[in-house]
Write a protein that binds this ligand. Structure first.
Ligand SMILES: [Zn+2]
Length: 278
C-alpha cells in the first residue's frame, strides 16, 4: 500500500572519496554524480570494459554474507550498506556512483564519512515524485533466534535488540525514531565491529584483508581495543546496517523491530515487505 509521495532528490555537485575495501584490502575510488529523475541509485564499474552499471535494488542482491552486495554476470559491488544508509538519510533517489573496484571503501567503518561527503554535494529536489511505502498489516519474520517485525506506522521507527554471548557486548537495546539530523549525529558514526578470533579466521580465508583499527572496532576476549564513540555503539551500528539494507526497496514508513538480525535477515524481510506492498 502506498501512502504518500515526495519529490525525488539527487545531488548537485560531484564528490570523490578514496579508501580501502574492508574485504578486498584494495584501494578504491568512488565518485558520486547527479542522475536523472527515476534512474535510481546506480553503481558504475569504471574499471571494467564498457563500464557496466547495476542498480541498488533488492532484485540485484547477490550476497548477504557479512555485507550486502549487488551484482550480475558482468558486475559486482560489495559492502554497499553503509553508503546506502547515508543515501537514505538524505533521501537521495537518483545518483550514479562510479567505482573503480568491486567494493565500497570501508572508510572509518561507519557511514559518517559518506555523510560528510553528501553534505558537500548539496541535495536538490527533482521534478518527479517517488512513493513512500508503508505496510497495512504486521509482517513478521523468524530464522532461529532472529526476529523481525514490520508494523504499520506513520513514522519510521527502528528498534533493535542485540544479544551477544560475549562479556564485552552482552545485551544492548535501542529504539530510534528517524529524524535526519539526529540520525546523522547518533547513528551514522557507529562503526562496524569484529572479534579478534573471527578476524584471524577471516584473514586466513582471504577476507577482511583491509580490516584495521581505523575501520572497525576490535573486540578481544576481555577488552575492546578502540575507544568507543558511544557506549552502545554496537546496537547503533546494527540499526545503521538495517536502515541501509532497507533502502534497497526505497523509502518506507513503518515501525521496525529487529532481534539479533543481520544482512541476510534484512534481505528476507525486504522481500516480504515487497510482497506486501505489491
Ligand atoms: Zn555495517
Amino acid at each position: 500500500m502506498i501512502v504518500k509521495k515526495r519529490f525525488q532528490n539527487t545531488i548537485k555537485r560531484e564528490a570523490v572519496f578514496n579508501g580501502v575495501g574492508l574485504h578486498s584490502g584494495q584501494q578504491i575510488n568512488i565518485r558520486l554524480k547527479p542522475a536523472e529523475p527515476n534512474s535510481g541509485i546506480i553503481f558504475k564499474r569504471v574499471d571494467l570494459k564498457d563500464k557496466p552499471e547495476i542498480k541498488a535494488s533488492i532484485g540485484n542482491v547477490i550476497s548477504t554474507d557479512r555485507s550486502t552486495s549487488v551484482g550480475n554476470k558482468k558486475i559486482k559491488v560489495q559492502t554497499i550498506e553503509h553508503l546506502m544508509a547515508a543515501l537514505m538519510t538524505y533521501q537521495i533517489d537518483n545518483i550514479v556512483i562510479e567505482i573503480n573496484g568491486d567494493e565500497i571503501p570501508a572508510a572509518d567503518g561507519s557511514a559518517k564519512p559518506f555523510n560528510d561527503l553528501l553534505a558537500k554535494t548539496k541535495i536538490i529536489k527533482q521534478g518527479d515524485k517517488t512513493e513512500i511505502f508503508t505496510v497495512d498489516q504486521v509482517i513478521s519474520y523468524q530464522s532461529k533466534d532472529k526476529y523481525l517485525f514490520i508494523l504499520p506506522s506513520n513514522q519510521l521507527k527502528l528498534s533493535y535488540l542485540l544479544d551477544y554471548d560475549h562479556p564485552m557486548i552482552g545485551v544492548q537495546y535501542l529504539s530510534y525514531q528517524f529524524e535526519k539530523n539526529s540520525f546523522i549525529k547518533n547513528i551514522l558514526p557507529a562503526r562496524t565491529f569484529g572479534f579478534e578470533e573471527e578476524i584471524k579466521n577471516l584473514k586466513s580465508q582471504g577476507l577482511a584483508l583491509g580490516g584495521s583499527l581505523d575501520n572497525a572496532v576490535l573486540i578481544k576476549d576481555d577488552s575492546i581495543v578502540n575507544e568507543l564513540r558511544f557506549k552502545d555503539e554496537f546496537v547503533r551500528h546494527k540499526i545503521l546496517d538495517l536502515i541501509g539494507d532497507l533502502y534497497l526497496i526505497g523509502s518506507i514508513r513503518a515501525e521496525i523491530l529487529a532481534v539479533k538480525t543481520g544482512h541476510h535477515d534484512n534481505y528476507n524481510i525486504n522481500r516480504l515487505i515487497k510482497k506486501n506492498i505489491g
